[in-house]
Ligand binder design. Structure first.
Ligand code: NAD
Length: 480
């Protein structure tokens, strides 16, 4: 059975304790590879190697860093097909999705930041002929980059690219549930000649690997994407150490459909926003608010649209939804559906496991599920489920829907559908979310500030915001 290794000081190495965890293919429910069950010793080795590489890498010219990162991006593309198959097998998502979204975004992330450092500039503040202030932005040291399982290579590269481009060295910890593409990426780093120690990847559990990484005295920057509960824990343990911290956390994102929206477009996008990646994207629209005047018509059209989605073999190009990521996660989603039923929610579509045949019969498939009749304030409409489950809720007025949309503790993203430009801008300004789309969803420009308000996160990543995060500003005042 294939064994995954840690990537430390430029080499693929076994965990110090020699222990491994099972890695399961969610589409079959079968173990297919082994993941290092690393611990503090592996983190110490990785941080030591990153710390040693920092003086060399931070003083490497931006041109040279950019050139090396561009080569990494080219080599990801060289292994494109292999990475698509690996991401799908590890995560359960359709290969067609991995080939359109996950894997293309990895080299795009790297090229974006490799280019950005060459076009960056710093500030100068003049004091009326008395003095000038200029601001240097300098790399900080070893960055701890922790990523989740839903978009494994996409989110890993979204963090390490700006960290490395800015001149920091990195210890990354991918999710233990989806480690494979990070492992393949470490081989690509070796193939691309990334200097030893610049990037280190340690696999294993959050408690045994994530905790010693975030609390290590030599990791002054922590960039985390994952659940709100984990984010809260990381904020608590790193605060007394005064680390620079970026948190990209969960969401319970509203899709607001006004009666004057382009109907077909709104139905189609709301369905995509609810069910893409089996509903396991932090930006998925899991609450659809529909203006009362078109509620019945929209509901019926959404059911018709979603009932055509094919849940099945991730390898089949016709498949729309593959498996959810793990058995535990499948059971959690199914228990939330039961809870919704107990609260009086009406299941309009799906609501159960999708049992397939042959080698897929133990796989973790859930039918796209639409629920109506639940109060906007109940736990199902307040807590993130992170599966192919969407709740539909009618509204009468603009004021009412803004209130309902803002009622959760989250504030990551929102979509608004209307043909009335003034209304679109008015509502967008009042929704408490870091990212708002009008008449679209998941249209990403890598330059924008990306992140959430309230319990959806702390700080922003994306574009020059990421380069700001991974550098320390230093003001220098020169008396004239
Ligand atoms: P998770 O919080 O369980 O795990 C995320 C990562 O943190 C994993 O690598 C995990 O091993 C690690 N971890 C766990 N405990 C840790 C600890 N004590 N210290 C340090 N690291 C620890 O999240 P998940 O289930 O992998 O991902 C799903 C969540 O991520 C959802 O809530 C989703 O909304 C969120 N997410 C947010 C964004 C965003 O950009 N805001 C993007 C993707 C996913």
């Amino acid at each position: 059975m294939e064994k995954i290794f840690n990537y430390i000081n430029g080499e693929l190495v076994a965990p110090e304790n020699g222990q491994y965890l099972d890695n399961i293919n969610p589409s079959t429910g079968k173990v297919y590879s082994l993941i290092p069950d690393s611990d503090k010793r592996d983190i110490n080795n990785a941080v030591k190697s990153a710390k040693k590489a920092f003086p060399m890498w931070s003083s490497t010219s931006k041109q040279e860093r950019s050139k090396i990162l561009m080569k990494l991006a080219d080599n990801i593309e060289k292994h494109f097909d292999k990475l698509v198959i690996a991401e799908s097998k590890d995560n359960g998502k359709p290969e067609s999705l991995a080939s359109k979204v996950d894997i293309p975004r990895a080299p795009a992330n790297i090229r974006f930041f490799a280019g950005a450092i060459l076009h960056d500039s710093s500030n100068l503040h003049e004091m009326d002929g008395v003095a000038i202030n200029y601001t240097l932005r300098q790399p900080i040291g070893v960055a701890a980059c922790i990523s989740p399982w839903n978009l494994p290579l996409y989110l890993l590269t979204w963090k390490i690219a700006p960290a490395l481009a800015s001149g920091n060295t990195v210890v990354a910890k991918p999710s233990e549930i989806t480690p494979m593409t990070a492992y393949l990426f470490s081989k690509i780093c070796i193939e691309s000649g990334l200097p030893k120690g610049v990037l280190n990847i340690v696999h294993g559990l959050g408690s045994k690997v994530g905790d010693p990484l975030t609390t290590h005295k030599d990791t002054p920057i922590v960039s985390f994407t994952g659940g709100t509960v984990t984010g809260k824990h990381i904020a608590t343990v790193t605060a007394p150490m005064f680390k620079k911290l970026s948190l990209e956390l969960g969401g319970k994102n509203p899709n607001i459909i006004f009666a004057d929206a382009d109907f077909d477009k709104a139905v189609s996008i709301a369905s995509r926003a609810a069910f893409t990646n089996q509903g396991q994207i932090c930006l998925c629209g899991s609450r659809i608010f529909i203006e009362e005047k078109i509620y019945n018509k929209f509901r019926d059209a959404l059911i018709a649209k979603a009932s055509k989605l094919i849940v099945g073999d991730p390898k089949d190009p016709k498949t729309n939804l593959g498996a959810v990521v793990s058995k535990d996660h499948m059971n959690k989603i199914l228990s939330k559906i039961d809870e919704a039923k107990k609260m009086g929610g009406k299941i309009l579509l799906g609501g159960e496991r999708n049992l397939l045949e042959g080698e897929l019969k133990e796989g973790y498939y859930i039918k796209p599920t639409i629920i109506e009749g639940l109060d906007y304030n109940c736990s199902i409409n307040q807590e993130e489920i992170f599966g192919p489950v969407v709740s539909i809720i009618p509204f009468k007025t603009e004021e009412e829907v803004i209130n309902m949309a803002n009622s959760t503790k989250y504030g990551l993203s929102a979509s608004i559908f209307t043909e009335n430009v003034s209304k679109a801008h008015r509502v967008a300004a009042k929704i408490d979310s870091g990212v708002i789309w009008i008449n679209t969803w998941l249209l990403r420009d890598l330059r924008i500030p990306f992140g959430g308000m309230k319990s959806s996160g702390l700080g922003r990543e994306g574009g020059f915001k990421s380069l700001d995060f991974f550098t320390e500003p230093k003001n220098i005042c020169v008396k004239i």
